[in-house]
Design a protein around this ligand. Sequence first.
Ligand code: BES
Ligand code: MN
Ligand code: ZN
Length: 497
Amino acid sequence: MDTRLIAQNPAEVETDCLVAFALDHGTKEKSEPRLTVKDAALEKAVADLVASGEVTGKAYETVLLHRPQGLKAKRLLVVGAGKGKTFSHAEVRRAAGSALRCLKPKMIKSCAIVLPELATGAEDAVRSIIEGALVADFDPDTYRSDRKDYSMKEITVAAPAGSDQGKLQQALTQGRIIGESQNFTRELVNEPSNKLTPTMLADRAKKMCDSVGLKCELMGPAKIREMKMGAFWSVAQGSEEEPRLIVMRYEPEGAPEKPVLGLVGKGVTFDTGGISIKPADGMEKMKYDMAGGAAMIGAMRAIAMLKPKVKVIGIVCATENMPSGTAQKPGDVQIAMSGKSIEIINTDAEGRLVLADGLFYARTLGCTHLIDAATLTGACVVALGHANAGVFANDEDAYQHFTRALQRSGEKFWRLPLDQEYLDQIRSNIADLMNTGGRYGGASTAAVFLKEFVEDTPWLHLDIAGTAWMDENKSWIAKGPSGIAVRSLVEFVRSFE
Ligand code: BES
Ligand code: MN
Ligand code: ZN
């Protein structure tokens, strides 16, 4: 999809379809739709639609008009963007996405979106339009032989005549990098496990790194064992497929020695549960158990292209979790890279095992701050559903950086607790820790398990089990892999600049 910026008033824009957003400034009883820009020609063009009640401003409603009077555009699409009071860049993303997903099946291949007036500024609006549009352009039907190319050829952002092009162009480029990186992650997450083994995931990461100038190191079974990553290896040992430890380095010139940010992702390309095998029903979904790792790979891509002046190391622990004659068994005791011993209670709690070594390894590489992302627990899905991902933090300053990142990314995370009591639930009689802590508080017992391996290093843990895969289409995004966390990770890194 090509993206471009023009500075032209709506009436003058020649396009297959001009897109304008409408907000509802009314009350609960009566809607009062108003466009997000003050423009006489546009207002006139939509006057009849407003008078008839077809345009209300209700979130993501779409009304398409042919040959709009007084405009050069062939069509006009009015997209609702919700209540005037709550209008923010998050709604801009969704409204832009809804516009694209409305036009795509009609085989309309180019459109121009009228830049809305946004309290946080025009740059924020441009960036959000492009991010939302790119995300909406993605379809997950990769392997369908009747796949139709619905993708948009070109999207134009129409800023008012006379606006500062330089700044807005920069915002457009940034939105493009971030949106494409999120889609890169979604492509990886969408792949079935036979098309994306740990080796293939590592090769895709390497190829991406080569194309954007990142250093990338891939390590296999011998190195993983040599480094005494006993927790990571205990999961990998059950599979015919070799595991890979993926290390991506971003070391820009002129960056200070510190901080060094470590981004660690769970890359379980398929999670059968292992010997503690999962039920057959829904198991096919466990191809997305590498979504945390894929988020790190996508984020590293964006970081390499945006070039913030801060050092970042991306680490992905890629493996399958399989039952076999060589698989680990409940009751086994494993020694992690840190030296801590772990009694395996349930082989299906494998994510924390691979991350324990991934996080500890990141510290040995000199990371001063850590953030991990993982489809870690069903308990997090029970607690937060699909609307919010979970976030855990052992450090208030790092958490502040993350909340600032969320304000820019528009993604939703909810903080969950990491208290000492949860640690008591995972103490073992035979070893330092057990890898599960019973029925209750499962998202937190998993998180405190990880905390034992990061110790005092400032750290954030993102549990994206409920948000990395969406079962239903939304007007602004197709069902399937969501690419959650990519945008927030990028903004988190930039917050240290
Ligand atoms: N990958 C799963 C968690 C998961 C569940 C991801 C649902 C996406 C959707 C993880 O490895 C797992 O199996 N966790 C277990 C832990 C339990 C055995 C303590 C779980 O949540 O049931
Ligand atoms: Mn599991
Ligand atoms: Zn898993």
